[in-house]
Every structure is written in structure tokens, then in C-alpha cells.
Design a protein around this ligand. Structure first.
Ligand code: SF4
Ligand code: SF4
Ligand code: SF4
Ligand code: FES
Length: 980
């Protein structure tokens, strides 16, 4: 198919927007409100073109075979100018003193493109104040051109539904919750609106007064400059003003650095450019992220202050009695190497253990496990996937073969039905959640949520299941049995692709709907409805997280999910599959790269002699043949006296492991404990030597996200003080123990990993340059697999396996003494215990502390008010927190976010674990509650987004603008506008 544009023939793609076809052909067409990731908004009218003699908006028109398009005919040109003139009536062009004038301002660039010298419609100020009430960004109504990009992004991409424009008002503006101050609205500070704003109306506060050479002037002087700029416009025209500002913008290039990086918080894997000036972070600019496009959440967009925090460790510290003294690197590293060597000589290599960081890079995890195995000689090596994701990996290993998400976020987006189990996705994986919310809102995707709390996804769901704690396996198996028993399964798929159907069917015998209903507390009708929705959907993705895995049945429930997907044929196609959502930014990569007790990199078994021989040859050492201790067993081994020394980096073990008192007690018993960290964390208190490592912005390397996507991060800053990239520190320790490593850059480490690791065979830094990514497995020729199972499953016969399961009751159950169930998890604004996020002032302002959610029923029963101090006591410890009364929880179920260093929820959790993986059963905790005196303030301040009142609508609703009496389509009357 083709069209003619300005008399040249251009090929078009089916369903392509006309504006995209024109842009592809390289023709300059004004387009202020259009953003490819938002789709046509049609508010600005600057993209008017003539199609077969008729004026149309190029963004709102689909290209059709044979169209004759003129982008610069007299009528099109006049319409574009008229439309843009109206925009300038809403916007002061003071580019030279504007922090947004960095070569990428759409308003500036369109003024230039159209050679506008003077405007016909004079600028008119709007009768509203600038809104500075959000800690991270401001809205200046006087600069707002009412393009509505922000509204579209908030309503239909982020789907927080905070923004709208009051088109019927005499002076329309952008509204938060229909007219609240930003800081008191439902805005979750994700930054979508700021990112897509085409001018300076919405701007990051960190940019203000910082980006330009003249923009940091005191306000009166700045206003004076703006007046000067406006004063010379009638005489000189905009051409001269723009030229001046472009010279200044070009000068900014020398002090503004843009570095591509990958978010260091959750496993979604958002990537973006970070703009810096010296050590000042100007802004985070997402644009081309393969996982996120222009999307971010509050943490990735605004949560970076920790990098320059005065609390950063900048020198090695050595314990002296009860305190620490600063030391030089040589002294600290020599001490570490000497003590490791002494302990190894005295009590053997297995008396040492190593924990790698899921916050750090793949290369660093690889070196850590190489240090443990090749230099010390132990497989006592683990990472924090043990705390969350190991059961999901096991469930997938058992049934389909690979322990990773079976597709990409784009598959989740296109699924006909999404089933979310035990995941507070909107808060824990916010950008991934936006894709589900968007498909649900705009495309009719069905959504089923099973959770103990009515979280945001549950509120949006078509069906919300609230099973009794720890019973997901039961209802999942009952639904699968119902599907199989009633001939609703995908028998053709099972026959062709799945082994073990008969044995599996027999194992489902006890899982009747009646029993499931009794045990899980769910109506039979709801369960049958879920079954029918699943089989009727054209494709199903199941998302799950710690609400499933952190149980004694974590591996089995993950397996039950995969069994259900197999029974319904929901693998091997786009829009289907299993998606355990990885928590940390690089928890997937840490395991992939061998930071595990039983696997070399790429899940190659340490007890396989052929594999071991391969690594022995490559590393030129003899390697230990038996799997080592995982981090749960390490703690027991310290208590037993077998484990004497540990080296932990980037892991707040004493707070995030369950039964924190037991863990802390163990750490205090170590003979020699090395911590490598960026802050003096709680776990550091137990250390003998503390080595200052570097956060992601100060080093290079790769991270692997939840969708198995490997991405490069580049260095934005030099390491602070004497801190150093973690891979360099690990290498120095290895070399002091005689290793003789000579890596000069992380790329050299990857050059060693790839040939040893079939899963990553084709991974090279060149193939990952810039925003390029690979989703493992990566073949030697560099081809990767965004969808994991296309031709076969990862078993020798290419088939998947049904895996029979039995039921067992959760541990740490309630009784008359411990009568309440305590659930715990993340909060949108904070990551985990908050060591990083509490160091961003705006985040602290919105969520200053943890709290415990109490149901209205329980509150009434016990006389608890929001703000009441309560003491929670479990069988393992106690802690205090303030209560928040909310309908998110019901009855005798409590919820506590884990963002506290002072009162960590893990003082209450037990040492019970998943039977297979030893993942702690964090979610199986019973407590008693005691009210401590009078209620204080609400621990959630009024500025928290929970108090807002969203105003859902479908995008910007441009039709309302078109209905205004003063609106007429541009170009209907030819308007004379003076041009150069
Ligand atoms: S939630 Fe807030 S920051 Fe995010 S797009 Fe909406 S208004 Fe903007
Ligand atoms: S604030 Fe919103 S409507 Fe105003 S210019 Fe920016 S994106 Fe457009
Ligand atoms: S925390 Fe997760 S969702 Fe938020 S920006 Fe970072 S990677 Fe994206
Ligand atoms: S770009 Fe088409 S109407 Fe704005």
C-alpha cells in the first residue's frame, strides 16, 4: 500500500497513522500534542494536512492506500500556523532563561520549524498560581499550552486517573482530582505527565534554576530578563530570540551530561537517561526503555537522592571494640584477605559463606561466586532470591523447564485475561501494573485478582478473590480439576505437549470445589466463574509474587499455577504464560550468574562432574563438588558453630531475613564478618570490616529484569569519596588471596561468562549497547527469546510436565493467644526496608514511617483509631507501630509494610520455610495486638496519594474542547500571519 505525500510516493503499513507515515518519510510536520506512545490526542491542530483536498489532522487519520497528501499546501500551512498561533497565546516564549530549553522543547522547536516571527493572538496570562505543592514537580498554568499530553498519560498510560482539563471553563487548565492542590491529590508522583509535557509547564523541581546558565538568577532578576526578552520581540521577532537561546542551549551541552541507566529498585527493568550537572541530578528522562517506554514510578523517576546522601560510606571501616575506625583500603583489604585465609586454614573453606547483592550487577554476582568457589573453595553462596523468588523458579523448573518469566511485559499487555495472585502489582511493580491497567481500561482485558487485601489491582478487577491466608494452592488445584473434569481443558495441547496427565489428574482427587470452598472461604460460584473466565479467554497470563512464594507451600503453589496454565494451553503463544514478578532490579541476574549454592552461572549444576570440569579448566582450580549452604542454612550453621565467617554485599540481611532477632543473634556470633555497602546499615553493626561500595550510577555493568531482559548501565558519576565499584573490591580481595584476576572493565568479565554459560552464550557488551537489550536464552549468534517456549519446553523430549501436588496446612497458625493473621509487603513509595528511599526527602515526606493496617471491624472491636500505637507480639518477637484503619484489610487480618529500619516487621516472622527452597514463610505469621494508650497523628500524612479522589475519564476528552463556542477548526478561514 502506498500514499502520495507532497507528490512523492511513500509506502505505508496496514493500520498506520498518517502522521507516522509522514514522520517516517522524513518530512517536517508540526505536531505538538502527538506522542507516539500516547497515540493521537488531537488537541493542538498543528498537524493539519490536506488529504485529497480536505483538511484533516494527520495524527487522527489512518493512512489509506492511494491517499494524496499535501503537508505544506497553502491551506495546510495556514491551518498549521493558525493552530500554533493559538498555542503561543498560552505560552511565554522566554527560551533563553527557561530550564526546558535544552534542544528538545517541542514548543521552541515548532516555533522554529514554522519560522514564526510574531504572533497574531497575544499571550494572555491565566488567573491561576503556579502549583509547587508536590515535592518533585511543579505546574505553571501560565506556560501550559493545554495540549493534554499529561492528561492522556495520567488517564490512559499510567492509569492513575488524576488529571483532567476543564474544557468548559473560560480559562481551562490542567486539574488534579478535579481541582485539588497537587500535593493533596491522588497523584502518585510517577512522573509520566512531567516526562511527556512538551514544554516547561510541568517540570521536575530538580531542573529549576539549574539547567540553564541564566535560569538560576533570583526571581526579580529572572522576571526582568523575561521582560527584556518579551520587550525585544516586537522589534526583532522570534527568530533572533530563538537564535540567542539556541546558542545558550548549545552551551548547556558542556555542563549537562546524559547517561543511560537502568532503575535500581524493582525488577520491571525501566531504563532511562539520567541528566546530571556535576553531582547534581537534574532529571530522569525515560524515552526509549524497551520495558517502560516513557513510564516510571516515583522511585525510578524521583528516588535518587540516596546516591549523593551525606550518609554514604566513603572510607573503609574496621571494628575496634564496640565502634569502628576509618582505615585505608590497603589495610582493610589486607585484613580481610588475611582473616579469610586464616579461617579457611583453621576450619576449612566451608566455614566461610558469601551473599551476593540483588541490587548489584551481573558481573559482580559472577565475581562473588567465583571468589567463593574458585578462590575460597566453597559453594556456600546465595542471594536474596531465596527470600522471595526461589519457589517460583522451582515451580517452573518442575513443569516447563526454565525458571524465568515465559514471555515479556508486552505479552502481559496483550493477554485476554490476566490473573494476579499474591502480588500488590500497582505498588511493587508499578510500571508493569500500568500495562495491565491500560489494557483493562481501554482494551477490555479481563482481570482476576486473588489477594488478602483489596489493593488497587483488586479494586479494578472483574473478579476479586479473597481466600483464607495460605490457601491459594487449594483453590487453584480445585479450579484446574473442575476444568479437567468438565471437558474444558485444552486437550489437544495436553496431548501434544504435556507429560503425566493421568497421574496428575489422580493427584487432584482431593481438590473438589466443595472442599476448596470450605478451606479457602470462597463461594463455589466464584470458583466456577473463574474457571470459565480462564477457559473462555483467548490467552491468559498469570502474575504472582511474594503472596504466593513466601509460604511453606510456596514452591507447590507456584507449581499449581503452572499446572493450570498447562491444562488450559496457556503457554507457547504470545499473550500467555507464567510471570513470577521479580522483586529487586537484579534478583533474576544474581541467580542467573551463579550466586546460588547449587548452580554455576546459567543454572549449571555444581554436582555435575562434566560441568564442574568445564569451570575447573576455565578457572584453573579444583572446585568443591557438593552444593553449599543457602542463606537460611547459613544462619543455622552459625548458630551450630560450623560457619565462622561471612562476606555479604548490598544486602540488609539482619532486617529482611525472617525471624530477624534470630538472624541478628547469628550475625553477632561470627568470628569475622565483612560487609560491603553504600550506607552504614543495620547489618553493618555486626561487621568487623565495612567496605564502601558504589551504587549503580557510579559504575558500569548489566542488570537482568523480570522479563529476562539484560540491559547495560553506564557510569554517570565518579565513585563518591574513596568508595569503589563492587566488582573492583571483590577482585582486590581475590587477588590478595592469590587469584591473579586482571579484569579492567565489566565487559571483560562478561567475555568470560558468555562462553562458560550456554544461557548467555551470545551476550556481548556490543550487542547491549545503549538501549539495545537481549532476553535470555541468547544463542551464540546473538538471537534471543522474548517468548520462551515457541518450539518446545526445556526438557529433553521437548514436552512440559504436569506435577502432582498434595496439600498441607500453613504454619504458625492463629490460636486463642495469637489470634490475628499478619501479612506484610511493599509500599509504592519505598523499596523494602527503605535504606535507599528514605534518603529522598519527598518520599519521606509522603510516607515517613511504617504502620499497621487494621480493618474497621477489628478497630471497632478493640477500640483502635487511626494513629493508635499498638504493640504486635508474635511467637518470635514484638514491635510497635501506629494503626491505620482501612477497608483494604478485613476481619482479623492485619497488614504491615516492610519499610522500617527501627521497627522491622521481620522481628515477628518465623523461621519456617518453603520445604523445597527454604524461602521463609514470611506470610504465615500470627500475632496478638495490644493497644498502647492514646491515638497520635495519622502515620500517613495528608499529602499521601491515598487520600486523593481520582477523576477517571477516557483520556483528555478533546470533543469537549471542540464543543466550545470559541473553538473553530483552523484553516477554515485563511489567517494572515506574518512570517519570515
Ligand atoms: S499520577 Fe501524578 S505524576 Fe503520575 S501522571 Fe498522574 S499527575 Fe502525573
Ligand atoms: S501541563 Fe499538560 S496540558 Fe499543559 S503543556 Fe504540559 S502536557 Fe500539555
Ligand atoms: S521501581 Fe520498578 S517500576 Fe519503578 S521505575 Fe524502577 S524499575 Fe520501573
Ligand atoms: S499533533 Fe495532531 S492534533 Fe496535535
Amino acid at each position: 500500500m502506498s500514499i502520495t505525500v507532497n507528490q512523492s510516493t511513500r509506502a505505508i503499513e496496514p493500520g498506520e497513522r498518517l502522521i507516522d507515515a509522514i514522520n517516517r518519510s522524513g518530512i517536517d510536520l508540526p505536531q505538538v500534542c502527538y506522542h507516539p506512545q500516547l497515540g493521537p490526542i488531537q488537541t493542538c491542530d498543528t498537524c493539519m494536512v490536506e488529504v485529497d483536498g480536505k483538511l484533516v489532522r494527520a495524527c487522527g487519520t489512518l493512512a489509506e492506500d492511494g491517499m494524496n497528501v499535501a503537508t505544506s499546501s497553502a491551506r495546510a500551512d495556514a491551518a498549521q500556523r493558525e493552530a500554533f498561533d493559538r498555542i503561543l497565546g498560552n505560552h511565554l516564549l522566554y527560551c533563553t532563561v527557561c530550564d526546558n530549553s535544552n534542544g528538545n522543547c517541542t514548543v521552541h522547536n515548532t516555533t522554529k520549524l514554522l519560522h514564526v516571527e510574531h504572533q497574531e493572538i497575544p499571550y494572555k496570562s491565566k488567573p491561576y498560581e503556579v502549583d509547587m505543592s508536590n515535592p518533585f514537580y511543579r505546574y505553571d498554568p501560565d506556560q501550559c499550552i493545554l495540549c493534554g499530553r499529561c492528561v492522556e498519560a495520567c488517564q490512559n498510560l499510567q492509569v492513575n486517573e488524576t488529571l483532567s482539563i476543564d474544557w468548559e471553563n473560560a480559562h481551562p487548565r490542567v486539574l488534579w482530582d478535579g481541582g485539588a492542590p497537587i500535593g493533596e491529590s491522588s497523584c502518585v508522583s510517577c512522573g509520566h505527565c512531567v516526562t511527556v509535557c512538551p514544554c516547561n509547564a510541568l517540570m521536575e523541581k530538580s531542573m529549576l534554576g539549574e539547567a540553564g546558565y541564566f535560569t538560576g538568577l533570583p526571581e526579580p532578576a529572572l522576571n526582568g530578563m523575561i521582560d527584556v526578552v518579551k520587550g525585544i520581540e516586537p522589534e526583532l521577532g522570534y527568530g533572533a530570540i530563538l537564535q540567542l537561546s539556541e546558542v545558550e542551549a548549545a552551551m548547556r551541552e558542556s555542563h549537562i551530561k546524559r547517561t543511560k541507566t537502568v532503575c535500581t529498585y524493582c525488577g520491571v527493568g525501566c531504563s532511562f537517561d539520567i541528566w546530571t550537572k556535576d553531582r547534581h541530578i537534574l532529571k530522569v528522562e525515560p524515552a526509549h526503555g524497551p520495558a517502560n517506554g516513557v513510564s516510571t514510578c516515583i522511585k525510578g523517576k524521583f528516588g535518587w537522592d540516596y546516591v549523593n546522601s551525606p550518609d554514604r560510606l566513603t572510607k573503609p571501616l574496621i571494628r575496634e571494640g564496640d565502634s569502628f575506625r576509618e582505615a585505608c583500603w590497603d589495610e582493610a583489604l589486607t585484613l580481610v584477605a588475611r582473616r579469610f585465609a586464616e579461617i579457611k586454614a583453621a576450619t576449612g573453606p566451608d566455614s566461610l559463606a558469601f551473599i551476593s547483592s540483588s541490587k548489584c550487577t551481573n558481573e559482580e554476582s559472577y565475581l562473588m561466586q567465583k571468589l567463593a568457589r574458585a578462590v575460597i573453595g566453597t559453594n556456600n553462596m546465595d542471594n536474596c532470591s531465596r527470600y522471595c523468588q526461589a519457589p517460583a523458579t522451582t515451580g517452573l523448573f518442575r513443569t516447563v523447564g526454565y525458571g524465568g518469566d515465559s514471555g515479556s511485559i508486552s505479552d502481559i499487555e496483550q493477554a485476554g485475561l490476566v490473573l494476579i495472585i499474591g502480588s500488590n502489582t500497582a505498588e511493587s511493580h508499578p510500571v508493569l501494573a500500568t500495562r495491565v491497567k491500560r489494557s483493562h481500561k481501554l482494551r477490555g482485558q479481563k482481570l482476576i485478582v486473588s489477594d488478602l487485601r483489596e489493593n488497587e489491582m483488586a479494586r479494578r478487577a472483574d473478579v476479586f478473590l479473597h481466600p483464607r491466608p495460605g490457601t491459594d494452592l487449594f483453590w487453584l488445584s480445585a479450579v484446574t480439576r473442575y476444568i479437567l473434569d468438565n471437558g474444558l481443558a485444552n486437550q489437544a495441547f495436553i496431548d501434544k505437549w504435556v507429560n503425566g496427565a493421568e497421574e496428575y489428574k489422580q493427584s487432584l482427587e482431593p481438590f473438589t470445589l466443595e472442599l476448596a470452598s470450605q478451606r479457602c472461604g470462597l463461594p463455589i460460584e466464584t470458583l466456577t466463574k473463574v474457571a470459565h473466565m480462564i477457559v473462555e479467554a483467548d490467552s491468559v497470563c498469570v502474575l504472582w509474587a511474594m503472596g504466593v512464594t513466601q509460604h511453606t507451600m510456596g514452591s507447590d503453589t507456584s507449581t499449581a499455577i503452572s499446572n493450570l496454565l498447562l491444562a488450559t494451553g496457556n503457554y507457547m503463544r504470545p499473550g500467555t504464560g507464567a510471570y513470577p514478578l521479580r522483586g529487586h532490579n537484579n534478583v533474576q541476574g544474581a541467580s542467573d550468574h551463579g550466586a546460588m549454592p547449587n548452580y554455576f552461572p546459567g543454572y549449571q549444576k555444581v554436582d555435575d562432574p562434566v560441568i564442574r570440569a568445564k569451570f575447573e579448566k576455565a578457572w584453573n582450580v579444583t572446585l568443591p563438588p557438593k552444593p553449599g549452604l543457602d542463606n537460611h542454612l547459613m544462619i543455622d550453621a552459625i548458630h551450630d558453630g560450623h560457619l565462622k565467617s561471612m562476606y555479604v554485599f548490598g544486602e540488609e540481611m539482619s532486617l529482611v531475613d525472617s525471624n530477624a532477632n534470630y538472624v541478628a543473634d547469628a550475625l553477632s556470633k561470627l568470628d569475622f564478618f565483612v560487609m560491603q555497602e553504600i550506607f552504614f546499615t543495620e547489618t553493618c553493626r555486626y561487621a568487623d570490616v565495612i567496605l564502601p561500595g558504589s551504587p549503580s550510577l557510579e559504575k558500569e555493568g548489566t542488570f537482568t529484569s523480570t522479563e529476562r531482559r539484560i540491559q547495560r548501565l553506564y557510569q554517570a558519576f565518579e565513585p563518591l569519596g574513596e568508595s569503589r565499584p563492587d566488582w573492583e573490591i571483590i577482585q582486590d580481595i581475590a587477588n590478595r588471596l592469590g587469584a591473579g584476576w586482571k579484569y579492567e572493565h565489566p565487559s571483560e568479565i562478561y567475555r568470560e561468562i558468555a562462553p562458560l554459560t550456554p544461557l548467555m552464550a551470545g551476550v556481548t557488551y556490543e550487542r547491549l549497547e545503549g538501549y539495545k537489550t537481549l532476553q535470555w536464552p541468547v544463542a551464540e549468534d546473538g538471537s534471543d527469546q522474548p517468548l520462551l517456549y515457541t518450539k518446545q519446553f526445556k526438557f529433553p523430549d521437548g514436552k512440559a510436565n504436569f506435577y502432582p501436588l498434595t496439600w498441607s496446612e500453613p504454619t504458625d497458625q492463629q490460636d486463642s493467644e495469637y489470634d490475628l493473621h499478619l501479612n506484610n509487603g511493599r509500599l509504592l513509595e519505598h523499596f523494602h526496608e527503605g535504606n535507599m528511599t528514605y534518603r529522598t526527602e519527598g518520599i519521606r515526606e509522603k510516607t515517613p514511617c511504617t504502620f499497621v493496617e487494621v480493618s474497621p471491624e477489628l478497630a471497632a472491636d478493640r477500640g483502635i483509631e487511626t494513629g493508635s500505637w499498638v504493640q504486635l507480639t508474635s511467637r518470635y518477637g514484638k514491635m510497635r507501630a501506629q494503626a491505620v484503619i482501612t477497608t483494604r484489610v478485613t476481619g482479623r487480618e492485619l497488614y504491615m509494610p516492610m519499610n522500617s529500619v527501627e521497627e522491622p516487621v521481620n522481628r515477628l516472622t518465623s523461621s519456617y520455610t518453603d520445604k523445597v527452597t527454604h524461602t521463609p514463610a514470611y506470610k504465615e505469621t500470627s500475632v496478638q495486638l495490644k493497644v498502647l494508650g492514646e491515638a497520635g497523628e495519622n502515620p500517613l500524612p495528608r499529602t499521601n496519594s491515598r487520600f486523593g479522589h481520582p477523576t477517571p475519564q477516557n483520556g483528555v476528552e478533546v470533543e469537549r474542547k471542540w464543543k466550545r463556542k470559541d473553538y473553530r477548526e483552523p484553516g477554515v478561514q485563511l489567517v494572515q500571519i506574518q512570517t519570515r
